[in-house]
Design a binder for this molecule. Sequence first.
Ligand SMILES: C=C(O[C@@H]1C=C(C(=O)O)C=C[C@H]1N)C(=O)O
Ligand SMILES: Cc1ncc(COP(=O)(O)O)c(C=O)c1O
Length: 271
Amino acid sequence: MDSWVDGQPADALSLKDRGLAYGDGLFETIAVRSGQPVLLDRHLMRLADGCARLAIATDLELVRHELLSYAAAMGEGVLKLILTRGDGLRGYAPDPAAQGRRILQGNPPAAYPATHAEHGIRLFPCNTRLSTQPLLAGLKHLNRLEQVLARAEWQDSEHAEGLMLDQTGRVVEGVYSNIFLVRDGGLITPDLKRCGVAGVMRAEILFQAESLAIPTQIADISLEQLQWADEVFVCNSVYGVWPVRACAALSWPVGPLTRKLQTIARALLDA
Ligand SMILES: C=C(O[C@@H]1C=C(C(=O)O)C=C[C@H]1N)C(=O)O
Ligand SMILES: Cc1ncc(COP(=O)(O)O)c(C=O)c1O
């Protein structure tokens, strides 16, 4: 399907776009099932937070309308929205009058091996560490060089995802996922106030767990805590939940709470 720029079919973009020049923008990667964007409200909430924190001007109702129209035309697949600050001249200073540029791209459904979800995955222990930047923490902004470096650390198919730590060695997230630990029947996921992307699926899992009276905790997590977890899983808004079986010398069973939340995520993504 053709990409759209500001609501119109397009196959080119201005060379002055600040997304290209400085990574000055945000993105959302959204699963589309039966013509509907999955977890749309959560994606729009994160986008609105990003626009407010970066002071990018955009009409979020128009964005919603375009996402719905584009998804309806796509049917099935993965829809990527890139929202940049629009054009700029040389120099970092943003134009206060700039209007955000909306780019929509349709991709086929993700084709991950079924074994990732069924039997679990191995995480590659990435050497690339995440930098601390509270002003950007949680946002899905366009500056993703840390993830690019981390993902380039392994090429084998034995590892489906990587584990990323911050500068002090705290567990933060996967390269393209968030991480959860199960301990004594409850969930723990890293606090993302210093770095990391606050995933849409992470938010949904926390919500679903709370409505099932499963205790949840958002906290700093050490490698030692990871070692003592009863179960570990990763999640994102495209594949849902993958159990984690191993990371370097650590290993975990695929447990019942992971399976329960995986079933809930799958129901959302298969709807
Ligand atoms: C990096 C992108 O999006 C992330 C990657 C995946 C995936 O590969 O499963 C899913 C969700 C996204 N947060 C992208 O370029 O779309
Ligand atoms: C660095 C990072 N963390 C977490 C996620 C998961 O986010 P979501 O659940 O919104 O897909 C992603 C998605 O790509 C990501 O790139």
